[in-house]
Design a protein. Structure first.
Length: 183
């Protein structure tokens, strides 16, 4: 670090580490170079901005500890891709209440591809159309409007326990419909 005078005030200047073409100089460079494609990849799979932002943050937090800057950029991207796969599996296990045994290859969405974010909303709309009205309502309240389970129960005029059961059944049916559509 060095100090520079700027109009009478002393300011600390940090030297910028040189970044080789093959390796990252610091964690900020890792994030700056990879955040967009990680976010788009996750958004394409979860279909909503809030979850995609949270899961993207989880990917970088999970990767921060074991990942070393001494590895190549390709190795960093590979590790981030594998971490994203793990974070998504944990999210779906928690959301759907069942074990996820396979996840589509995360390399399908190119880092700068706009198509990575274009299909999820359409898929969600197709699945929603096939669900019974009470299932659509609970999923809309919980995930599209972001309401709590308690607020959703009040809006539907049911108990919190019933709202939880509705949500669980709706997610399970939505997952089944989505699986059938893929075949």
């Amino acid at each position: 670090m060095a100090a520079q005078r700027e109009g009478g005030a002393l300011r600390v200047v940090r030297p910028v580490a040189a970044e080789s073409d093959d390796r990252y100089s610091d964690w900020e460079a890792v994030y700056r170079d990879n955040a967009t494609w990680v976010y788009r990849t996750i958004f394409a799979r979860v279909g909503n901005r809030a979850d995609a932002e949270d899961l993207t943050a989880e990917v970088f937090l999970a990767a921060l500890k074991p990942l070393r800057l001494s590895v190549t950029k390709a190795e960093v991207r590979g590790y981030l891709r594998a971490t994203a796969r793990t974070v998504l599996a944990a999210h779906w296990r928690e959301t759907l209440g069942r074990e996820v045994t396979s996840i589509d290859d995360l390399t399908a969405a190119a880092p700068d591809s706009e198509e990575a974010i274009s299909t999820a909303p359409h898929r969600v709309a197709q699945v929603f159309e096939t669900l019974p009205e009470h299932y659509r309502k609970i999923l809309d309240l919980r995930f599209l409007q972001g309401r709590s389970i308690k607020d959703s129960a009040v809006a539907l005029g049911v108990s919190v326990a019933n709202a939880k059961v509705l949500q669980h059944r709706a997610l399970r049916l939505a997952a089944q419909v989505n699986e059938q559509d893929k075949r």
